[in-house]
Design a protein around this ligand. Sequence first.
Ligand SMILES: [Zn+2]
Ligand SMILES: [Zn+2]
Length: 303
Amino acid sequence: MSGPGNVGSAREGTPKGSQSLGAPPPLRLPSRQSPFAKRAARFWRLAEDNSSLAGYLALMADLTDAQHSLWEHFPHTLLPDSYTGGPPLDISSRHRDPTWREALRLIAERLDSGSEPLTALCERIRGAADEELEHWAARLLSADFEGIDPGLAPFVAAALQANWTSSSARLDLDKFGAMESGHLCPVCGSWPVASVLQTGGSVQGLRYLCCSLCSTEWNRPRIHCIHCGSGKDVAYFGLEGAGEAVKAEACAGCKTYVKLMNREKEPFVDPFADDLATLGLDILMAEQGYERLGFNPLLIPGS
Ligand SMILES: [Zn+2]
Ligand SMILES: [Zn+2]
């Protein structure tokens, strides 16, 4: 492990090469053309480059391709008129669009390759009653992983992500008022999967957290702990020989970390795909006594 290194000052300076093209957006909604095609391409690329995780990353690429194929599947999901009084697509709201279950069954049909153990998982999904699917969704959305089979979780998460992301992509940015965003997604209230240092235009060099469920990104200052807000004890850890694109931004004060994906180092870096391709970094951070903030629903903690 390299680091800790690059301990930064508490103040965010103007990044080199930034252009003044207006104030950066506090919120970036996912592309209306679906973010899943690009993500699947990144998974395929990482599967080619990563011999020890190739089979796993290729399965995740297939799963993300399935999410992309479902993009036009939710045109009738109701969106709120007003975005005041909490996240507009709040996960704790009692109304879950039932079409996510159909999406999950379609994913199970598409991914059933006829080989074990995938076929057994797909059959289990297709044979489950609505109530059981809703139970899995509730557990996953409340980050209560006890009540869900770790093998099923990525498929359930993928269907929920497809549903939520297609909804967040259709929201109207102008309807959001001034917001105080913290470490939870301002659109749905989920944890972030990771953070991304962006490039280009008004977002050059800025850090955005990426929602683990709806793929919305929200701006948070660089070199500040996402959890406790301190900029005093922030350090960066990386895997030896793994390049500079993915680091763990860790706070020695509260012993938490979040991954930071740097688009200047790797323009195609993806918060979900590159997270799963750098699981070694999570293992090393755990060994150092750091707890990860947020999680990747495609791989629930402890599985
Ligand atoms: Zn969200
Ligand atoms: Zn902290």
